[in-house]
Ligand binder design. Structure first.
Ligand code: DI6
Ligand code: FE
Length: 404
């Protein structure tokens, strides 16, 4: 059945052409889930078929926000490790002592699918209160075929239980599970073997790996990417987070959608990403929580024209962050992104980092995924720190007001 909702009485930030694309007193028609008309209200063509009207009461309307890098599905939490870090222990020391990712792996394996879904839904709810309409969710805390499948099924179920698009990423190469101690190459063989059955179950949209000193080597990462390529799955990479490994060049050589973290990215890595059209995903909340001091080379990325996305990296270890607006604020405050770059980083460029071409701007034919905000100008989205600026979302044209 045809369905057309006219959103009116709003200021639009269309992000057209990579700019704010502001339209005062704007209107937007969502028809059958997509944007069928957008522009100043006074230019609305006569005779438009409209089934429902939604006054946004002067709100700012942006594309719905996209969190393009999260580890949302896991059991337990690691508040005790955060406390150890406050006393001086480093993330790497905790990981090497058997804590870190491995402790979450144990809790995730022990958790039921229902429990994992419950906790993931409550985290997603927090993100959706800030205008989130699309989220990427990585596996990587199961590390057996059955447990990776379980986590990816939970991610898919999240998309069924909430008005939210979910993209899944297989991150089997996240950490070495205890049963493979001393046999990292064997584990990578298993990670590659599991990929086809997971993909056959419709559980995998992209493949990621953690290429770092406490993760896997570039050679091991290459094996994972070769397996992904053979299945036609796009690559993403946790690259150059704690050290420089040349992971960015490797990922770019596979045409990766994104390289994420990239604090220790080299000039060669930037050039390779630029040539491959790979997005640089900035994760300031992880950097902040780990009290890191090496910032990603934002000015060089900007100068090279590498698109930058911004994400929470939500995970129980390095980034228990449930606020994409806070991550955007941090990207501006710590790394001097402009407020426009931060918003592009959670809309247009975040969509690109997920290989999605149907969202991220307010343009004809795009999905009508929208966020409404009680602010006058989009630069306020990275100005306020906390508060409740989001007044509602629309997902595929369906208006979902926030009851504050
Ligand atoms: N980098 C990260 O930021 C997360 N994983 C990774 O490879 C952290 C995961 C964790 O500490 O649980
Ligand atoms: Fe991560």
């Amino acid at each position: 059945m045809a369905n057309a909702t006219l959103f009116r009485d709003c200021t639009l930030a269309t992000l057209h052409g990579g700019d704010w694309g502001l339209i005062e007193r704007g209107a937007l028609l969502a028809q059958d889930g997509a944007i069928a008309w957008v522009g100043p209200e006074r230019d609305l063509p006569a005779g438009l078929v409209v089934h429902a009207e939604q006054s946004l009461q002067g709100a700012l309307l942006t594309p719905g926000l996209i969190d393009c890098h999260t580890h949302l599905v896991y059991g337990g939490h690691r508040a005790h490790e955060a406390e150890l870090r406050l006393q001086g222990a480093t993330y790497e020391e905790i990981a090497r002592a058997g804590g870190g990712i491995r402790s979450t792996v144990a809790a995730t394996r022990a958790a039921s699918e229902a429990d994992l879904l419950r906790s993931a839904c409550s985290r997603a709810d927090a993100l959706m209160r800030e205008g989130l309409t699309t989220i990427e969710v990585k596996s990587g805390y199961g590390l057996t075929l059955a447990d990776e499948a379980k986590c990816l099924r939970v991610a898919r179920a999240l998309g069924e239980s909430r008005a939210l698009s979910v993209r899944t990423t297989y991150l089997g190469a996240h950490a070495l599970p205890p049963e493979f101690e001393g046999r990292a190459d064997d584990y990578i063989s298993a990670v590659c073997d599991w990929m086809a059955p997971l993909h056959a179950q419709g559980l995998v949209d992209a493949v990621d790996a953690f290429c770092d000193t406490i993760g896997f080597t570039p050679a091991q990462t290459r094996r994972v990417f070769n397996a992904a390529q053979a299945l036609g799955l796009p690559a993403k990479l946790h690259a150059e987070q704690l050290s420089h490994q040349g992971g960015a060049e490797l990922a770019a050589s596979f045409g990766a959608l994104s390289c994420d973290h990239i604090e220790h990215l080299s000039t060669e890595g930037i050039a390779a990403m630029r040539a491959a059209g790979t997005v640089g995903v900035l994760l300031p909340a992880a950097w902040y929580c780990l009290r890191d001091t090496t910032p990603p080379p934002v000015a060089a990325l900007r100068q090279a024209g590498v698109p930058m996305a911004v994400s929470t990296d939500h995970n129980p270890g390095s980034s228990p962050c449930l606020s994409l607006l806070t991550a955007m604020h941090m990207a501006c405050t710590f790394w001097r992104l402009t407020p426009l770059e931060a918003l592009l980083g959670t809309t247009t460029h975040a969509a690109q980092a997920l290989g999605l071409h149907d969202r991220g701007t307010l343009a004809l034919g795009q999905r009508a995924d929208l966020a409404a905000w009680s602010v006058n100008h989009p630069n306020e989205l990275t100005y306020w720190l906390g508060g409740q600026a989001c007044t509602g979302r629309a997902v595929a044209g369906q208006w979902l007001p926030l009851n504050t």
